[in-house]
Design a protein around this ligand. Sequence first.
Ligand code: ATP
Length: 677
Amino acid sequence: MSSDTTTRPADPSLPAAPAASSGRKPRRSRRPSGPRYGRDGKLIVEGPRAKFSQLLPYILENKKMMAVIIVLSVLGAAASLAQPLLVQQVISFVQQHKPLGILVIALVALVVISGLLSGFQHYLLQRTGEAVVLSSRRRLVSRLLHLPISEFDSRRIGDLVSRVGSDTTLLRAVLTQGLVEAIGGSLTFLGAIVGMAIIDPVLLGLTVLVVAISVVVVVSLSRRIRVASQRAQKKVGDLASAVERAISSIRTVRASGATDREVRAIERDAEEAYDRGLDVASASAVVVPIASVAMQVSFLVVLGVGGYRVASGADTISQLVSFILFLFLMIMPLGQAFGAVTSVNSALGALGRIQEIIEIPSETSGDEALAASLTGSGARAGSGSGSGSSPVSASATGSDAASVSGLSVEAAAISFDDVQFTYPGGADASDPSLVAGSAIDALAGVREPSDLTVLHGVSFSAPKGKRTALVGPSGAGKSTILALIERFYDPAAGVVRLGGVDIRTLDRGELRAQIGYVEQDAPVLAGTIRDNLTLGAPDASDDDCRRVLEAVNLTGVLERGDHGLDAQVGEDGVMLSGGEKQRLAIARTLLAAPPILLLDESTSSLDGINEQRLREAIDAVAENRTLIVIAHRLSTVVDSDQIIVLEKGRVIGTGTHSELVLSTPLYKDLAKHQLLV
Ligand SMILES: Nc1ncnc2c1ncn2[C@@H]1O[C@H](COP(=O)(O)OP(=O)(O)OP(=O)(O)O)[C@@H](O)[C@H]1O
């Protein structure tokens, strides 16, 4: 574990970047995995470090190609090693006045063959390097998009993007400048040593001594390079995060007159990345010259001592020339090896950052064990965990969903039974078993509620085919309820059921296929209108797309230009109004036609016409569906079959609009503020 001494920012509690670019409001990040500071207030930089063995799976994926490359290296090494021997023969022939014809042709052929082999090998190496980059990107992206949602709450998007873009690229260097050159190089190195030993062991002993000293120095310096390059990569990640933060909120940044400040902040990150890059440069600047100094010193030693030995008759001139050529062949791979140390170390730093993500268990890991344990303990039958109450029994305040408007409990599509929930990181962060959201948590059982608990024993049931509205002040836990239904997180205690079955015993894919979910603020993806509509229904026809657009009164967007369904909506749907975005998202869910629809109504204010259109869109989707809608404007939900009022994570009232106006003062206040009573 390495540590850095970057000075603490003025307010370290401020997140460096938004929690996620999903468009949701920024959250307080209570997770412990943010920047950590030592007692002296310095930032501790902890770089994940990969082991060399972790590289092997990537390399073994290309073993055939690698075998070809290694054969080429061996041939290349042999061709190189043959050169000094031939030169020695040429000199002897010259001294003995013999004809040189064939020898010269052989020498030229050898040089040409070495060149061809090396060119071909270089191409195959680059190709295999690209294959390694591709495979690491595939693994990383696939894991990234399957991470538990809680990971995205605490990680910076820019940093994740930089792992996919730049860290993976560094892996190429392992092959192109590292491993294979090392294999070919060591063969040449060993062959040269054998050649030199045959010619003059004494001279070889001296040369090896000089070279060995430089090798020891390089090995001891290589750790510095690795640490420096990890820090450099981390800084590039920080830079990407800062850019992502500024660009994703560019309008707010502009409107707040903060553009120049953001530019300066990003420049500071860029400068830090530059500084860390210089650290790598200075660490390698020490290593690389050692190779050339070793070469120079060895040459001087060989020339001096070798010259003396020729003069004394111990060696011939041709032997000395041949020895010097072998020395050249021995030193060259050594230089490459020193360069390879730098690139392999950078690659291991990058691989560490890649593996860190790949090794996080996916959202579904542990699902089967959890489902088996829950099914074994009879969870399907509806035994509430923690409360012991019936699955759709009375809520915390005594309201009974069964009694509301005569709705049937059996028909409940979704029910919450005494559900308690704390966001990951909200519990005692030092105790991983207390972090909610994983299968292990649920297996671990019930936890005591804390100040940070977001839902406190929430019970309600949303009857099949009916419209249920969730209302309550900001932060009451409404969106959290939808997140639990989608199983973005699991409750700390209590049970969420779909059709009477604990959703933790269902396959997440199957569960989500039953549910359409319209997020609060960023329901539109960059791309065309068709891309947006067909996200959950890739096979939908153009006619289907037009039909759902009509249902939400959005055909107008098709008439704005000549592109129809291929019209671009812009990043985050910037080319659409708030109301249009929300309706486009509703149209998308309509196309997938799920039996249950969760709608987190936008908090942004809509004008009268848009509000009317939204109501009509909700009416259109509500037909024959179970609808749970979070309403910020009561007017959109007054005619719901039931309304659940939440306050500070508790259900404080359940009923119809007219019932709640009489029974629940908070609801009455909300209705009064919105001029509904
Ligand atoms: N990902 C998260 N990590 C940590 N805390 C969170 C997260 N999401 C929500 N919270 C917290 O949980 C509480 C409930 O949030 P939630 O979004 O469910 O409220 P809400 O009733 O939907 O609010 P609003 O009406 O403003 O959308 C809030 O205190 C919020 O800060």
